[in-house]
Design a binder for this molecule. Structure first.
Ligand code: PBG
Length: 331
C-alpha cells in the first residue's frame, strides 16, 4: 500500500472526459497541407505504388480534388509536377517555360477554388535529367549554387505570377531565400510568401517521392546523392544555422523535413524563432506506416494520428502530410 498523500498522476487519466479536459495538443484540419502531384494530359489518375492512396492527377482531376479538400476544411496544398521524360534536360529549362505544366495547374486551381492556398515547390529536380535540385557545374561534380539560385528566382516569379500564394524553395542552395524575395519584390509580388525548406535533411525517406516525380533513376543514377546540399542527418547545429539564415533572409515560414525522425529539430526551430514552423511528413514516413498496416503489423489510423500528433507536439504549426485528406475525412 502506498502512503496517504502519494502523488497519483493517473487521476488525470481516469476517464475519457478528464483525458480530454487536460489534453495539451490536438491536430486541427487547418494545420494540414496536402501535397499533390500533377501530370499533363487527360488520362486517368496514376496510382503511385509506393504511396498507397496517392495519385498523379491531370489538371481537371486536380481541380476537383481541391474542391473536395476545401469542403473537408483543408486550406492549402503543396503542388509538384511529374513531367514527361522528354521535357527534362540537364539544365531543367522547362522550369522557366511560361506555360509549363505547374503554372497551368496553379492558374486553373486558383480559378476553380480561389480560396485554396497554393504552395509551389521551387527546385529543379522534376525538370532535370540527372534529378538534382539545380544545374551542375561544368565538371558535373557539384550543383552550381549561384546559377541555380538565378534560375530558382525566375521560377519563383513565374509561379507567383501564376497565382501561387507561397513559393517553397526545397533545394537547399545558399542565399536562395533572399534572392527569391528580392526577385518577387522587384516584380511587385509582395503578397507572395516564402515557405523555406530551411532544415531539409539528406534523407532516405524521400524514396517514394522520387518515384512519384520520376527523379530517382534519372540518367541511370540509382544512387542520387544530395549530400552536397541537403543537411547531414547527424547535425543539429547546422540545422539551427540554416533556420537562422532563412529567417534573416526574410522567409515567412520555416520548414523542417522530414518530420517524424527530426522532432528534435522541429522543437529547436520552434524555440529559436517566432515565425510559424512547418514540418513535412515525407513520402517515406507515409509509406512505412502503410506498409506495416498492409502486413497487419500496425493499425493504420492510430499510427497516422499518433504520427501527426507527435509532429504537432514537437512544435510544428503547419504540417505537410500525405495523410491530410484521409485524416480530415475521418473527423
Ligand atoms: C526535392 C523535393 C523532395 C521532396 C520534396 N521536394 C525530394 C528530394 O529532395 O529528393 C520530398 C518529399 C517527400 O519525400 O515526400 N526538391
Amino acid at each position: 500500500m502506498l502512503t496517504p498523500g502519494t502523488p497519483r498522476p493517473r487521476r488525470l487519466r481516469k476517464n475519457n472526459a478528464v483525458r480530454q479536459l487536460v489534453r495539451e495538443n490536438q491536430i486541427s484540419v487547418s494545420d494540414l497541407i496536402q501535397p499533390l502531384f500533377v501530370i499533363d494530359g487527360e488520362g486517368a489518375p496514376e496510382a503511385i505504388s509506393s504511396m498507397p492512396g496517392q495519385f498523379r492527377m491531370n489538371i481537371v482531376d486536380l481541380c476537383s480534388e481541391c474542391r473536395q479538400l476545401t469542403e473537408l476544411g483543408i486550406k492549402a496544398i503543396a503542388l509538384f509536377p511529374s513531367l514527361d521524360q522528354s521535357l527534362k534536360s540537364a539544365v531543367g529549362a522547362e522550369s522557366c517555360n511560361p506555360n509549363t505544366l505547374i503554372l497551368r495547374a496553379i492558374r486553373e486551381v486558383k480559378e476553380a477554388v480561389p480560396d485554396m492556398q497554393i504552395l509551389a515547390d521551387i527546385a529543379l529536380d522534376p525538370y532535370t535529367t540527372h534529378g538534382h535540385d539545380g544545374v551542375l557545374t561544368e565538371d558535373g561534380q557539384d550543383v552550381d549554387n549561384d546559377r541555380t539560385v538565378e534560375i530558382l528566382s525566375n521560377m519563383a516569379v513565374l509561379n507567383a505570377e501564376a497565382g501561387a500564394d507561397f513559393v517553397a524553395p526545397s533545394d537547399m542552395m545558399d542565399g536562395r531565400v533572399q534572392a527569391i524575395r528580392e526577385a518577387l519584390d522587384e516584380e511587385g509580388l509582395i503578397r507572395c510568401g516564402i515557405v523555406a525548406y530551411s532544415a531539409k535533411f539528406n534523407s532516405a525517406y524521400y524514396g517514394p517521392f522520387r518515384d512519384a516525380v520520376g527523379s530517382s533513376t534519372a540518367a541511370g543514377t540509382t544512387l542520387l546523392s544530395k549530400a552536397g546540399y541537403q543537411l547531414d542527418p547527424a547535425n543539429s547545429r547546422q540545422a539551427s544555422r540554416e533556420i537562422e539564415l532563412d529567417e534573416l533572409e526574410a522567409a515567412d515560414v520555416l520548414m523542417v523535413k522530414p518530420a517524424g525522425p527530426y522532432l528534435d529539430i522541429i522543437r529547436l526551430a520552434r524555440e529559436s524563432s517566432n515565425l510559424p514552423i512547418a514540418a513535412y511528413q515525407v513520402s517515406g514516413e507515409y509509406a512505412q506506416i502503410h506498409a506495416a498496416a498492409k502486413m497487419g503489423w500496425l493499425d493504420l489510423k492510430r499510427c497516422r494520428d499518433e504520427s501527426l500528433l507527435a509532429i504537432k507536439r514537437s512544435g510544428a504549426d503547419l504540417i505537410l502530410s500525405y495523410f491530410s485528406k484521409d485524416w480530415a475525412m475521418d473527423q
